[in-house]
Design a protein around this ligand. Structure first.
Ligand SMILES: [Zn+2]
Length: 339
């Protein structure tokens, strides 16, 4: 690994141009061991937060040397399938080929946090049988695999060549393109839906990418992007140890306001922002390990104790309860917008 990543300072807000101030300093990469001392800066106006010392474009691959987006996709257990297939079929009008217990799906759909998990699995997209969906930064195709099973005709973009190969094999398609969206040169009005899960925060120029998404979508198509919420309950509680910061690979961390405004700037209509709690369970465990051990190898909490898991479930419940009372404090922001 390189001794040092070349960076340049970003002092004013990428989104609104206001002077920022330092929020957290002396941070390290406790997940993948990229060298350097890092800082997070934030905007007093729109609340956007960003990596103060932004890596230069040529050094970006060094941030991902030990980072994997191409692990094998594990089959879901029976319960998870009921939620992902049965509940999302009920909520979003899908007619899946897979069999599932309608009674179990009905019962699961009565539980709010499970409805959120189901909605996330289809990225809040209503059924469009045979519709063309693009997943920006699709990794090894886990999300697309489920969407393909639910009736979508799937495509993806992904910079990691090994992940591209894994996704092509998993999805039995050649419509997975290596590189960034801007490099693929899709025709205008190509897709009926566009999704992206935890990619926006990794980009140098998220507004340019949103504009390109808008261009390749058909009129009326829905975009759904998931990204960490810097105003989440976990972020408030764990501060510089919050899992969502993921120093130094997350260049921008959004607030509801900054994300909504950026989507409008990119030309989108009917913009809605949700803050679901589905990530609270893993974010609590990851943040707790970062705070107590300053270490979270691979970014994923593994073999955690029963007590930790109980505390994470309680945190998840508390966050869900606060969201129900109107607080936008879920661990993720979900941008839903139409062309
Ligand atoms: Zn700003």
């Amino acid at each position: 690994m390189a001794d040092r990543i070349r960076t340049r300072e970003l002092l004013s807000c990428y989104h609104c141009g206001a002077d920022g101030y330092d929020l957290y300093e002396q941070l390290e990469d406790w997940m993948f061991g990229v060298p350097g001392n890092w800082a997070i800066r934030t905007c007093p106006d729109c609340g956007l937060a960003w990596l103060k010392n932004q890596p230069v474009v040529e050094d970006t691959p060094l941030l991902y040397e030990n980072y994997f987006t191409h692990e094998a996709v594990e089959p879901d257990g029976a319960f998870k399938r009921v939620v992902k297939v049965g509940v999302s079929a009920r909520l979003y009008g899908y007619n899946p080929k897979q069999r599932y217990s309608r009674l179990a799906a009905f019962l699961a759909s009565c539980i709010g946090p499970l409805r959120e998990v189901a909605a996330h699995s289809v990225m809040w997209q209503k059924a469009q049988d045979g519709g063309k969906i693009l997943d920006l930064g699709c990794g090894s195709g886990a999300n697309l695999y489920h969407l393909q099973e639910m009736g979508w005709q799937v495509s993806g973009t992904e910079p990691d060549p090994e992940a591209v190969a894994a996704a092509k094999k998993l999805l039995k398609t050649d419509d997975i393109f290596q590189g960034f969206l801007e490099e693929t040169a899709f025709k205008e009005n190509s897709f009926d839906a566009l999704i992206s899960s935890h990619v926006l925060e990794h980009l140098f120029d998220p507004l340019a990418t949103l504009k390109e998404c808008h261009r390749v979508m058909k009129p009326g198509a829905q975009l759904t992007f998931a990204t960490p919420n810097i105003e989440s309950l976990g972020s408030q509680k764990f501060k510089e140890y919050w899992r969502g910061l993921e120093i130094p690979r997350h260049f921008f961390l959004f607030t509801e306001k900054s994300l909504r405004e950026m989507a409008a700037k990119a030309g989108f209509n009917n913009i809605r922002i949700l803050t679901p709690s589905c990530a609270a369970y893993s974010v609590w465990q990851g943040s707790y390990l970062l705070k107590t051990k300053k270490s979270l190898p691979g970014g994923i909490p593994l073999n955690t104790s029963v007590l930790m898991r109980i505390r994470a479930i309680l945190f998840w419940g508390w966050e869900f309860f606060k969201i129900c009372l109107g607080s936008p404090c879920g661990e993720e922001l979900i941008l839903i917008a139409e062309k």
